[in-house]
Design a protein around this ligand. Structure first.
Ligand code: ATP
Length: 310
């Protein structure tokens, strides 16, 4: 019925009296990583838990590979893997025992189980720890086992809820790489607070604020969401401040050094061309010119309804 691997349609969820998700709709299509962003309490975990079928929505629909999750939960869940914020690991099982158990839970039987466990271990780089008890693995390797259980049944979409939380910087880089690799041949939905991680890992972004959708688009669109408001210019022979301030659309000018200026403007269209033309006409000799756009932090704060710092 749909080309989307995950379709979220008019989703609402209420905990007792409080709405955690309201009228949320978005699609996850194709391969790659979709970042699910939002401030603390925005509704990310609630949305992920509903998509993965571990929480029942108040209303609205989830389709996984075209299958209505409410009408056919077993059929829909075969296409999805989930690593919740706290990996559901049994510390007294070995890696092999645990992954076999997870494959069985996914209704896999017979020789297919051994093959799937082996493939998941190889994919996640934990093959050499097959007989190790989970309690004796480092945090990073426990997370790899958590990822292996999420992909053991070969799902088309995998959901990771803050997968690098609590890991050291080296483990964070490794897990980030692993997630990118996993997303080469399937869709990944990744929830995270860490904006540099978003820039490094995500192809598309869905952002929610107070349970409502505030952004859906590519990482480039997210990055460029706040139009540039200033230019950084270095002149060889800088004109006077009054000359710069008189340029159409220029609002104010900060003189940073004798040659370096930050020029704030009201409208970015044509500002670079205008500056270059005037520089040629006036022999100001532009050495450097760069538009300064809003950072990811600023976009995130703006979409979260917080003040954007200037
Ligand atoms: P975080 O980044 O802090 O994990 P989140 O974006 O994942 O936050 P949710 O955990 O989905 O947000 O919570 C959304 C809202 O629902 C919050 O206001 C939260 O306090 C509330 N909430 C979450 N779980 C429950 C629950 N079991 N009972 C009542 N309220 C809840």
């Amino acid at each position: 019925m749909s080309e989307a691997i995950v379709r979220v349609e008019n989703l609402y969820h209420r905990y007792t009296t409080q709405w955690a998700v309201q009228d949320l709709s978005f699609d996850v299509k194709g391969r790659g990583v979709l970042g699910l962003l939002g401030a603390n309490g925005a509704g990310k975990s609630t949305t992920m838990n509903i998509i993965c079928g571990v929480l029942n929505q108040t209303s609205g629909s989830i389709y996984i590979n075209g299958i209505d999750l409410r009408k056919d939960p077993i059929g829909a869940k075969q296409h999805i893997g989930f690593l919740p914020q706290k990996p559901p690991l049994n510390p007294d099982m070995t890696v092999d025992e645990y992954l076999t158990f997870c494959a069985n839970l996914r209704r896999m039987r017979g020789p297919a189980v051994k093959k799937a466990v082996q493939a998941a271990k190889e994919r996640c780089g934990i093959d050499h720890f097959s007989k190790r008890l989970l309690r004796n693995l480092s945090g990073g390797y426990q997370q790899r086992v958590g990822i292996a259980q999420a992909i053991v049944h070969g799902p088309e979409v995998v959901v990771f809820d803050e997968p690098t939380n609590g890991l050291d910087p080296i483990q964070i880089v490794e897990i980030r790489h692993l997630i990118k690799e996993i997303a080469v041949d399937r869709s990944v939905i990744l929830s995270t607070h860490i904006l540099p991680e978003v820039q490094l890992s995500c192809d598309d972004i869905v952002m929610i604020n107070q349970g409502k959708l505030v952004f859906s688009g590519t990482i480039e669109q997210f990055d460029n969401y706040i139009a540039p408001r200033s230019l950084l210019v270095v002149f060889n022979a800088a004109p006077g401040l009054d000359t710069l301030k008189a340029i159409p659309a220029v609002e104010s000018v900060d003189k940073l050094t004798e040659k370096r200026f930050r020029i704030f403007f009201s409208d970015p269209s044509g500002i670079v061309e205008r500056m270059v033309r005037l520089s040629v006409e006036g022999n100001w000799g532009i050495q450097e010119i760069a538009l300064e756009k809003g950072s990811l932090d600023e976009v995130f704060a703006y979409l979260s309804g917080k003040t954007v710092k200037s």
